[in-house]
Write a protein that binds this ligand. Structure first.
Ligand SMILES: [Fe+2]
Length: 277
Protein backbone atom coordinates (compact mmCIF):
# COMPACT_ATOMS: atom_id res chain seq x y z
CA UNK A 1 0.00 0.00 0.00
CA UNK A 2 1.40 3.42 -0.99
CA UNK A 3 2.15 6.17 1.53
CA UNK A 4 -0.52 8.44 -0.03
CA UNK A 5 -3.29 5.82 0.05
CA UNK A 6 -2.41 5.03 3.71
CA UNK A 7 -2.87 8.70 4.61
CA UNK A 8 -6.10 8.82 2.56
CA UNK A 9 -7.44 5.78 4.41
CA UNK A 10 -6.47 7.23 7.79
CA UNK A 11 -8.22 10.55 6.98
CA UNK A 12 -11.32 8.68 5.72
CA UNK A 13 -11.37 6.66 8.97
CA UNK A 14 -11.19 9.81 11.08
CA UNK A 15 -13.98 11.47 9.06
CA UNK A 16 -16.17 8.36 9.37
CA UNK A 17 -15.60 8.20 13.14
CA UNK A 18 -18.68 8.95 15.26
CA UNK A 19 -16.47 10.73 17.82
CA UNK A 20 -15.14 13.06 15.13
CA UNK A 21 -18.73 13.94 14.19
CA UNK A 22 -19.35 14.93 17.82
CA UNK A 23 -16.21 17.09 17.90
CA UNK A 24 -17.29 18.88 14.71
CA UNK A 25 -20.66 19.58 16.34
CA UNK A 26 -18.99 20.92 19.52
CA UNK A 27 -16.66 23.04 17.38
CA UNK A 28 -19.64 24.47 15.44
CA UNK A 29 -21.49 25.42 18.64
CA UNK A 30 -18.31 26.92 20.12
CA UNK A 31 -17.82 29.00 16.97
CA UNK A 32 -21.39 30.31 17.16
CA UNK A 33 -21.01 31.00 20.90
CA UNK A 34 -17.73 32.86 20.30
CA UNK A 35 -19.35 34.99 17.62
CA UNK A 36 -22.30 35.84 19.89
CA UNK A 37 -20.01 36.70 22.83
CA UNK A 38 -17.86 39.00 20.67
CA UNK A 39 -20.97 40.69 19.20
CA UNK A 40 -22.50 41.37 22.66
CA UNK A 41 -19.43 42.05 24.86
CA UNK A 42 -16.59 43.04 22.49
CA UNK A 43 -18.37 44.52 19.44
CA UNK A 44 -15.24 46.33 18.31
CA UNK A 45 -13.00 43.25 18.43
CA UNK A 46 -13.02 41.02 15.39
CA UNK A 47 -11.29 37.76 16.41
CA UNK A 48 -12.57 35.88 13.36
CA UNK A 49 -14.13 37.73 10.43
CA UNK A 50 -17.78 37.06 9.56
CA UNK A 51 -16.72 35.68 6.17
CA UNK A 52 -14.37 33.13 7.82
CA UNK A 53 -16.92 32.22 10.47
CA UNK A 54 -19.59 31.59 7.84
CA UNK A 55 -17.20 29.55 5.68
CA UNK A 56 -16.12 27.35 8.60
CA UNK A 57 -19.75 26.95 9.78
CA UNK A 58 -20.88 25.97 6.27
CA UNK A 59 -18.11 23.37 6.04
CA UNK A 60 -19.11 21.92 9.41
CA UNK A 61 -22.83 21.77 8.51
CA UNK A 62 -21.96 20.27 5.11
CA UNK A 63 -19.78 17.61 6.71
CA UNK A 64 -22.45 16.76 9.32
CA UNK A 65 -25.13 16.52 6.61
CA UNK A 66 -23.02 14.19 4.43
CA UNK A 67 -22.04 12.09 7.50
CA UNK A 68 -25.72 11.76 8.45
CA UNK A 69 -26.68 10.60 4.95
CA UNK A 70 -23.77 8.15 4.87
CA UNK A 71 -24.72 6.73 8.32
CA UNK A 72 -28.34 6.32 7.28
CA UNK A 73 -27.25 4.56 4.10
CA UNK A 74 -24.97 2.26 6.10
CA UNK A 75 -27.79 1.45 8.58
CA UNK A 76 -30.16 0.62 5.73
CA UNK A 77 -27.55 -1.72 4.22
CA UNK A 78 -27.01 -3.45 7.59
CA UNK A 79 -30.80 -3.81 7.99
CA UNK A 80 -31.10 -5.38 4.54
CA UNK A 81 -28.26 -7.79 5.32
CA UNK A 82 -29.90 -8.70 8.65
CA UNK A 83 -33.23 -9.39 6.95
CA UNK A 84 -31.50 -11.63 4.38
CA UNK A 85 -29.62 -13.49 7.15
CA UNK A 86 -32.89 -13.93 9.10
CA UNK A 87 -34.61 -15.33 5.99
CA UNK A 88 -31.70 -17.73 5.37
CA UNK A 89 -31.93 -18.92 8.99
CA UNK A 90 -35.69 -19.46 8.68
CA UNK A 91 -35.21 -21.40 5.44
CA UNK A 92 -32.52 -23.55 7.08
CA UNK A 93 -34.84 -24.35 10.00
CA UNK A 94 -37.65 -25.25 7.60
CA UNK A 95 -35.29 -27.39 5.50
CA UNK A 96 -34.26 -29.32 8.61
CA UNK A 97 -37.93 -29.92 9.50
CA UNK A 98 -38.71 -30.92 5.90
CA UNK A 99 -35.91 -33.50 6.08
CA UNK A 100 -37.64 -34.96 9.14
CA UNK A 101 -41.00 -35.10 7.37
CA UNK A 102 -39.53 -36.71 4.25
CA UNK A 103 -37.71 -39.31 6.34
CA UNK A 104 -41.05 -40.13 8.00
CA UNK A 105 -42.78 -40.41 4.61
CA UNK A 106 -40.00 -42.63 3.26
CA UNK A 107 -40.97 -45.29 5.83
CA UNK A 108 -44.28 -45.82 4.08
CA UNK A 109 -44.90 -46.48 0.39
CA UNK A 110 -48.46 -45.10 0.58
CA UNK A 111 -47.63 -41.73 2.09
CA UNK A 112 -44.49 -41.16 0.02
CA UNK A 113 -44.73 -37.79 -1.78
CA UNK A 114 -47.94 -36.83 0.08
CA UNK A 115 -46.50 -33.60 1.53
CA UNK A 116 -45.11 -32.30 -1.75
CA UNK A 117 -48.37 -33.10 -3.60
CA UNK A 118 -50.56 -31.44 -0.95
CA UNK A 119 -48.26 -28.41 -1.06
CA UNK A 120 -48.53 -28.24 -4.86
CA UNK A 121 -52.36 -28.50 -4.86
CA UNK A 122 -52.68 -25.93 -2.02
CA UNK A 123 -50.43 -23.41 -3.78
CA UNK A 124 -52.26 -23.87 -7.11
CA UNK A 125 -55.62 -23.30 -5.42
CA UNK A 126 -54.33 -20.27 -3.47
CA UNK A 127 -52.96 -18.73 -6.67
CA UNK A 128 -56.21 -19.41 -8.53
CA UNK A 129 -58.00 -17.51 -5.75
CA UNK A 130 -55.69 -14.56 -6.54
CA UNK A 131 -54.46 -14.40 -2.94
CA UNK A 132 -51.54 -12.01 -2.28
CA UNK A 133 -48.09 -13.53 -2.73
CA UNK A 134 -47.18 -13.43 0.98
CA UNK A 135 -50.36 -15.35 1.89
CA UNK A 136 -49.63 -17.94 -0.83
CA UNK A 137 -46.15 -18.31 0.72
CA UNK A 138 -47.67 -18.79 4.19
CA UNK A 139 -50.08 -21.43 2.88
CA UNK A 140 -47.16 -23.16 1.13
CA UNK A 141 -45.18 -23.37 4.40
CA UNK A 142 -48.27 -24.59 6.30
CA UNK A 143 -48.96 -27.26 3.67
CA UNK A 144 -45.37 -28.46 3.86
CA UNK A 145 -45.61 -28.82 7.65
CA UNK A 146 -49.27 -29.82 8.03
CA UNK A 147 -48.68 -33.44 9.09
CA UNK A 148 -45.42 -33.06 11.02
CA UNK A 149 -47.27 -34.15 14.19
CA UNK A 150 -47.51 -37.69 12.76
CA UNK A 151 -43.85 -38.04 13.76
CA UNK A 152 -45.16 -38.30 17.32
CA UNK A 153 -47.52 -41.18 16.52
CA UNK A 154 -46.47 -44.82 16.80
CA UNK A 155 -45.67 -46.51 13.45
CA UNK A 156 -47.88 -49.45 14.44
CA UNK A 157 -50.89 -47.09 14.37
CA UNK A 158 -49.74 -44.79 11.57
CA UNK A 159 -48.93 -47.58 9.11
CA UNK A 160 -51.58 -50.04 10.27
CA UNK A 161 -52.80 -52.02 7.27
CA UNK A 162 -56.53 -52.26 7.78
CA UNK A 163 -59.34 -50.39 9.46
CA UNK A 164 -58.21 -48.56 12.59
CA UNK A 165 -59.99 -49.17 15.89
CA UNK A 166 -61.85 -46.19 17.37
CA UNK A 167 -59.15 -45.85 20.02
CA UNK A 168 -56.32 -45.75 17.45
CA UNK A 169 -58.26 -43.31 15.27
CA UNK A 170 -58.48 -40.99 18.31
CA UNK A 171 -54.68 -41.18 18.53
CA UNK A 172 -54.36 -40.25 14.82
CA UNK A 173 -56.66 -37.28 15.45
CA UNK A 174 -54.11 -35.81 17.86
CA UNK A 175 -51.63 -35.09 15.06
CA UNK A 176 -52.70 -31.46 14.29
CA UNK A 177 -52.15 -30.52 17.95
CA UNK A 178 -48.88 -32.45 17.99
CA UNK A 179 -47.79 -30.55 14.85
CA UNK A 180 -48.34 -27.19 16.53
CA UNK A 181 -46.53 -28.35 19.68
CA UNK A 182 -43.51 -29.44 17.63
CA UNK A 183 -43.44 -26.09 15.81
CA UNK A 184 -43.97 -24.07 19.03
CA UNK A 185 -40.35 -22.80 19.28
CA UNK A 186 -40.52 -21.36 15.73
CA UNK A 187 -42.15 -18.02 16.53
CA UNK A 188 -42.12 -16.84 12.91
CA UNK A 189 -44.71 -19.48 11.97
CA UNK A 190 -47.70 -17.99 13.84
CA UNK A 191 -50.10 -17.86 10.85
CA UNK A 192 -48.96 -21.27 9.63
CA UNK A 193 -49.67 -22.85 13.04
CA UNK A 194 -53.35 -21.79 12.82
CA UNK A 195 -53.67 -23.36 9.36
CA UNK A 196 -51.92 -26.55 10.49
CA UNK A 197 -53.99 -26.90 13.68
CA UNK A 198 -57.26 -26.69 11.75
CA UNK A 199 -56.54 -28.61 8.53
CA UNK A 200 -58.92 -31.40 9.62
CA UNK A 201 -61.82 -29.13 10.53
CA UNK A 202 -64.92 -29.50 8.38
CA UNK A 203 -67.00 -26.70 6.91
CA UNK A 204 -70.09 -28.00 8.77
CA UNK A 205 -68.27 -27.99 12.12
CA UNK A 206 -67.95 -31.78 12.46
CA UNK A 207 -64.17 -31.91 12.09
CA UNK A 208 -61.36 -31.84 14.63
CA UNK A 209 -59.63 -30.74 16.85
CA UNK A 210 -61.99 -27.87 17.77
CA UNK A 211 -65.09 -28.40 15.61
CA UNK A 212 -64.79 -24.95 14.03
CA UNK A 213 -67.16 -24.20 11.15
CA UNK A 214 -67.27 -22.05 8.00
CA UNK A 215 -65.24 -18.82 8.27
CA UNK A 216 -64.07 -19.70 11.79
CA UNK A 217 -61.65 -22.05 10.06
CA UNK A 218 -58.60 -20.17 8.72
CA UNK A 219 -58.72 -19.84 4.92
CA UNK A 220 -55.35 -21.62 4.57
CA UNK A 221 -56.67 -24.57 6.61
CA UNK A 222 -59.76 -24.83 4.35
CA UNK A 223 -57.47 -24.83 1.30
CA UNK A 224 -55.14 -27.48 2.74
CA UNK A 225 -58.17 -29.61 3.74
CA UNK A 226 -59.28 -29.83 0.09
CA UNK A 227 -55.73 -30.49 -1.18
CA UNK A 228 -55.19 -33.13 1.53
CA UNK A 229 -58.45 -34.97 0.77
CA UNK A 230 -57.84 -34.76 -2.98
CA UNK A 231 -54.43 -36.40 -2.54
CA UNK A 232 -55.91 -39.10 -0.27
CA UNK A 233 -58.56 -39.89 -2.91
CA UNK A 234 -56.29 -39.72 -5.95
CA UNK A 235 -53.52 -41.95 -4.60
CA UNK A 236 -53.40 -45.57 -3.44
CA UNK A 237 -54.07 -46.26 0.23
CA UNK A 238 -53.47 -49.38 2.32
CA UNK A 239 -57.19 -50.08 2.45
CA UNK A 240 -58.13 -49.14 -1.17
CA UNK A 241 -56.86 -48.28 -4.65
CA UNK A 242 -56.90 -44.68 -5.88
CA UNK A 243 -60.31 -43.40 -6.99
CA UNK A 244 -60.98 -42.64 -10.64
CA UNK A 245 -61.01 -39.00 -11.71
CA UNK A 246 -64.80 -39.06 -12.07
CA UNK A 247 -65.20 -40.58 -8.59
CA UNK A 248 -62.91 -37.92 -7.09
CA UNK A 249 -64.89 -35.12 -8.77
CA UNK A 250 -68.14 -36.63 -7.48
CA UNK A 251 -66.73 -36.89 -3.92
CA UNK A 252 -65.64 -33.24 -4.01
CA UNK A 253 -69.06 -32.16 -5.32
CA UNK A 254 -71.00 -34.32 -2.84
CA UNK A 255 -68.99 -33.05 0.13
CA UNK A 256 -69.03 -29.41 -0.95
CA UNK A 257 -70.72 -27.35 1.77
CA UNK A 258 -70.43 -30.14 4.36
CA UNK A 259 -66.78 -31.23 4.51
CA UNK A 260 -65.38 -28.57 2.17
CA UNK A 261 -65.84 -24.84 1.74
CA UNK A 262 -68.21 -24.77 -1.30
CA UNK A 263 -66.51 -21.81 -3.00
CA UNK A 264 -63.04 -23.33 -2.61
CA UNK A 265 -64.29 -26.73 -3.80
CA UNK A 266 -65.81 -25.08 -6.91
CA UNK A 267 -62.53 -23.28 -7.72
CA UNK A 268 -60.53 -26.47 -7.08
CA UNK A 269 -62.81 -28.42 -9.44
CA UNK A 270 -62.23 -25.76 -12.11
CA UNK A 271 -58.46 -26.47 -12.03
CA UNK A 272 -58.54 -30.20 -11.25
CA UNK A 273 -57.42 -31.16 -14.78
CA UNK A 274 -54.00 -29.64 -14.02
CA UNK A 275 -53.40 -32.48 -11.53
CA UNK A 276 -54.04 -35.29 -14.00
CA UNK A 277 -51.65 -36.14 -16.82
FE1 LIG B 1 -53.43 -34.36 8.59
Amino acid sequence: MSYKSSIGKAVANILANQGFKLWVLIFLFSLIALRLITIFYYPKTDIISIAWSLTIALFCVGYLWIAELRDRHRLERINRELTITKDILKESELDAIMALILSQEAKDHYSYGHTSRVTKYSVELAKELRLPEHIVDTIERAAKLHDIGKIGIKDSILFYEGRLSEKDYEVIKTHPVKSVNILEPLKFLQEEKGMILHHHERYDGKGYPQGLKKDQIPLGARIIAIADSFDAMSSDRVYRKQLSKQAVIKELQDNSGTQFDPHLAKVFLSIINRFYD
